[in-house]
Design a protein around this ligand. Sequence first.
Ligand code: PLP
Length: 381
Amino acid sequence: MKNAPTIPPRCWAEIDLAALERNLRRIRQALPPHIRYVAVVKADAYGHGLHPTVARLMHAGADLFAVANVAEGAAVREIGPGWPILVLGPLLPEEAEFAVHYDLTCTVSSFAEVDRLDQVGRQAGRALPVHLKIDTGMGRAGVWHEHAPALAAEILKRPHLSLDGVFTHFSSADCDPEFTDRQRRLFLDTLSRCIGIADRRLLIHTDNSAGLESLAEDGPINAVRVGLLQFGILPHESSLLARVQPDPVFSFHTRIGLVKTVPAGTGISYGRTRVVSRETKLAVLAAGYGDGIPRACSDRGRVLVRGRRCPILGRVTMDQTVVDVTDVPEADLGDEVVLVGRQGSEQISLGEFSHWADTIPWETLTSVTKRVRRIYRTGLS
Ligand SMILES: *Cc1c(COP(=O)(O)O)cnc(C)c1O
């Protein structure tokens, strides 16, 4: 029996793994050599697909991986042994034993977590690696900085915990350098008040992609947590980030399922929010919000058809999106359409696409749905 032919995708994301590898190497080169690279791969590696992304980052030289929770950590552990895996988020009580089973490093922000992990470590007969997270103004996970020295001392007292790292997270690294600087100084000051950690070999980290350029050459910080930037997206303009010049890893594609011409006065899509004022050639795309084209792009977004920008008309629907191709007379059934990425000499960046949707690149990437096939380009870098 012949294999059934593969049904071609109607909407797909192309993931350029060679670009991912180049980006990691460029980011590394832009950083002082002693800085360790923590590759942040939470949320299915920002929607790029966990397994291929992590495998390539392992090959490219990531030192550690960071994930949001124990289930994600377990999935990374299955891909390759040896790499430390840091769980960034707080644990639910019953997750601690799984952290041990999959050899994950947990983040602790409270005495309750210290108790729980110490107990689980005792049952397992070994000391569990933990990182202490300090809240210096993010107001989310982390022990409030004033209570951090006491929590650090408590961790050091526990025989079944091993303090391997200390970190904080910036709330405004992309928009408020002054506040970020205050947070950094508060962190370093808090660190100096934690007794007994100076002679330990700790991983000390504060920065995500947006904070990288303000990283000092000297001082105790010896690791960075890189998410968005390794996927080729600048969180904001800055000298270091511009110097890195990362290449986009993700692009987003669909096809034209129908071409037709409607007379002036025709309402387009649900709610008739758009009524065309001229005879209009429409292309009906084979993708909608069920694929990850945000409904907020309705009547605002642009797509590339035959290398030209064409406006989205009316509401984006679950499976179909209508665009105006009146100015692209050669547009035809089956044409490939670029939602994010390059076509000919034109380009739509993820930032631009996200702006149309009133959101941020992180959310756009993690909103591409399961229906969208991920196609990996694995060329050598
Ligand atoms: C997601 C996350 C990061 C990575 O942030 P990017 O802006 O994508 O580089 C770093 N640290 C923590 C604690 C995170 O949750």
